[in-house]
Design a protein around this ligand. Structure first.
Ligand code: NAP
Ligand code: ZN
Ligand code: ZN
Length: 347
């Protein structure tokens, strides 16, 4: 076994604290990665505080992992010691069901193994995430990371990046379309960068008017403060596509009003409580309400390669791991610009 240091939540109520644990000895197809940076996703907060229910404790959160390969198993073909590598939200799946065969491992019909707060395919061994100094992952679930980009800024691509890239690609967002990104946090700011890179006309819908200048710098063409009734009124029926990244309770009907005829709102944000949707919000205008979950391994690699080719990374604030709780508190207030990333040298 491999001795690992990390930070864990012991239960939903107490702050994260240092935690020592073990990972499996790398098998023939495994890579051992020395973790350099790990991004802080709002899903880490939801799960560490058991806001979605069913959390597994102790929990080592973190699924935006970049590091360097320290060891490879005898059967590993695509990685060698010293390579940069990334790990996102998934570390295994059945590999044979129809979803896995279509490179949609996140929708595995048997069991997809989350990087943390999940059980391995044996359904017994808990998985521990990237708030730690080492991880062991099958090479099939390990991503290639370019050495052209800053590593701390690459980490958030592994979740915030793919979670916004995938729906924009799936719904074929591009030139000639008006796109709204709701919530300018970790996911939202990546959604703005990708939608702008794909040629769409991008509007940020935010509760924080102080973010307007940043929104434009990130690539948005327009900004609407959702607390300003006049601005909201003008946006009625405007958008072809709304990417909703909001992490807390809010009104979907209010946002669907801003979709145009045949427009779609895709949920990626996961407020803990169910949100009521009125049929009138959809039928008048033949609108669609949809959802999207991270992305498969193939598309995640495609997204990382797209970012390397187009020089796209996340805007980050690098923190020491001891400051994780204050980072969580700031994220809950919407005070993130635009992703906290833990420097694992501070562990
Ligand atoms: P984040 O960085 O905290 O950003 C969320 C943003 O939502 C905030 O910055 C804020 O933006 C807005 N917001 C927060 N509370 C709000 C409220 N009460 N009303 C309206 N807007 C509010 O979070 P994140 O890491 O981007 O994650 C966002 C959500 O996506 C979380 O629920 C997370 O669990 C989920 N997620 C889903 C997937 C998936 O696969 N579907 C993957 C990763 C994360 P403004 O200040 O601009 O208003
Ligand atoms: Zn995430
Ligand atoms: Zn499967």
């Amino acid at each position: 076994m491999i001795a690992v240091k990390g930070y864990a939540a012991q239960n939903a109520k107490t702050p994260l604290a240092p935690f020592s644990f073990e990972r499996r000895t790398p098998g023939a197809n495994d890579v051992l990665i020395d973790i350099l940076y790990c991004g802080v996703c709002h899903s880490d907060i939801h799960q560490a505080r058991d806001e979605w229910g069913g959390s597994i404790f102790p929990m080592v959160p973190g699924h935006e992992i970049v590091g360097r390969v320290a060891q490879v198993g005898s059967g590993v073909k695509n990685f060698k010691v010293g390579d940069l590598a990334g790990v996102g939200c998934l570390v295994d799946s059945c590999r044979t069901c129809p979803s896995c065969q279509q490179n949609l491992e996140q929708f595995c019909e048997v069991h997809s193994v989350g990087t943390y707060n999940s059980l391995e395919m044996d359904r017994k061994t808990p998985t521990y995430g990237g708030y730690s100094n080492k991880i062991v992952v099958d090479e099939r679930f390990t991503l290639k990371v370019s050495d052209k980009l800053k590593l701390d800024e690459v980490a958030p691509l592994l979740c915030a990046g793919i979670t916004t890239y995938s729906p924009l690609r799936h719904w074929k967002v591009g030139k000639g379309q008006k796109v709204a990104v709701v919530g300018l946090g970790g996911l939202g700011h990546m959604g703005v960068k990708f939608a702008a890179a794909f040629g769409a006309e991008v509007t940020v819908l935010s509760t924080s008017s102080a973010k307007e200048k940043d929104a434009r710098r990130l690539g948005a063409h327009h900004f609407i403060n959702t607390n300003n009734a006049d601005e909201v009124k003008k946006a009625r029926g405007r958008f072809d596509f709304i990417l909703n990244t909001v992490s807390a309770q809010h009104d979907y009907n209010f946002l669907l009003n801003m979709a145009k005829l045949d427009g779609t709102m895709v949920l990626v944000g996961v407020p803990p409580e169910a949100v009521p949707v009125h049929a009138f919000s959809l039928i008048g205008g033949r609108k669609s309400l949809a959802g999207s979950l991270i992305g498969g391994l193939k598309e995640t690699q495609e997204m990382l390669d797209f970012c390397a080719a187009h020089n796209i990374t996340s805007d980050v604030e690098v923190i020491a791991i001891k400051d994780i709780e204050s980072a969580y508190a700031r994220m809950i207030k919407g005070d993130v610009r635009y992703r906290f990333v833990i420097d694992m040298a501070t562990l």
